[in-house]
Design a protein around this ligand. Structure first.
Ligand SMILES: [Zn+2]
Ligand SMILES: [Zn+2]
Length: 304
């Protein structure tokens, strides 16, 4: 689910998260009277919006001037190979143990649960880094910064090479799954871990396909998207449109309707705001740090 670090892109991503807390959050009023987060006309312009609108001119993203930043390196490929190896090892070990015990339904069901929960996990993580923290946040700061870049220039994900796009998640999967492979002898646990970690690792590829155009995608990918097995292009496109607060899941997208219709993330945002004073970026939308840079799109987009 990650978008890889694009160090050339610097944003004022922290502005909305660290800006002054409102004495009476406008969004409370919104929730009471409407189902959208579009700010009322009378809402004062957020400080973060003012800051980002003036500090972020519409420019061509720097990585388009340096196309090599979108290409895979041997280090990227090595990490993807490590991640795939650990996932395949857990899958193979699960199958062998299931065959030995003549009990296949349990591991198969566990794998299906892993696939379903990977979609939920991708949504929760995506929501978290879209809305909280900034480039200086420990561990995930580069991913937060990169996701803001993705919102500004979403089409560039289709130009990023495979291993370049997946290596960060593959590295995390390799480190987390290897101990499970070595220490676990439960076919169901291994089946769950294989599908969950595999789907998380490839979620960024599913995400890239969701930004592709139907005529340029492989037919099998289009079929999987249209069957709801992979997140659809239409569903993910909604994430990049106002009000910029929905459709966070990027594996199958199966959880998006439930999470959005039941306002699960909105409830979490309210809880975090009232408990810790944390203000999600989506409350300040639209702002130039989140919305697509259409000027750059018009001047640079040639492949869609
Ligand atoms: Zn996003
Ligand atoms: Zn996207």
């Amino acid at each position: 689910m990650s978008v890889l670090p694009q160090r050339g892109l610097l944003f004022s991503a922290s502005a909305s998260a660290t800006g002054p807390k409102p004495t009476a959050p406008w969004r409370v009023r919104c929730l009471a009277v409407t189902t959208t987060r579009a700010p009322p006309a009378s809402r004062p312009k957020p400080l973060s919006e003012a800051a980002t609108t003036t500090s972020m001119p519409s420019t061509t993203p720097s990585f388009l001037d340096d196309p090599s930043s979108l290409k895979s390196t041997w280090s990227h490929r090595a990490w993807v190979a490590c991640g795939c190896t650990t996932v395949f090892a857990s899958l193979a070990k699960s199958a062998l143990l299931a065959a030995e015990s003549h009990s296949l339904p349990g591991p198969v069901l566990a794998g299906w649960v892993g696939y379903i929960l990977a979609d939920l996990g991708s949504g929760v993580y995506h929501w978290g880094i879209d809305n909280y923290g900034d480039a200086s946040t420990p561990v995930v700061g580069a991913q937060i910064e990169a996701f803001q870049g993705h919102h500004r220039w979403p089409w560039t994900i289709t130009r990023r090479e495979f291993a370049n796009n997946l290596h960060a998640l593959a590295r995390a999967v390799a480190f987390l799954v290897l101990p499970v492979d070595l220490l676990c002898d439960d076919a169901k646990v291994l089946g769950f871990v294989a599908l969950f970690s595999g789907c998380i690792m490839f979620s960024q590829q599913f995400h890239a396909w969701a930004h592709g155009t139907k005529s340029r995608l492989p037919g099998a990918v289009v079929a999987l998207q249209e069957a709801g097995i992979l997140v659809s292009r239409a569903q993910h496109a909604a994430h990049h449109r106002t009000p910029y607060n929905n459709n966070y899941c990027i594996v199958s997208g199966a959880w998006n309707a439930f999470l959005d219709e039941n306002k699960v993330f909105e409830a979490l945002e309210m809880a975090l705001f009232f408990r810790f004073g944390l203000r999600p970026r989506s409350w300040d939308e639209p702002s130039s740090e989140w919305t697509e840079d259409l000027n750059a799109t018009a001047s640079t987009r040639v492949d869609t």
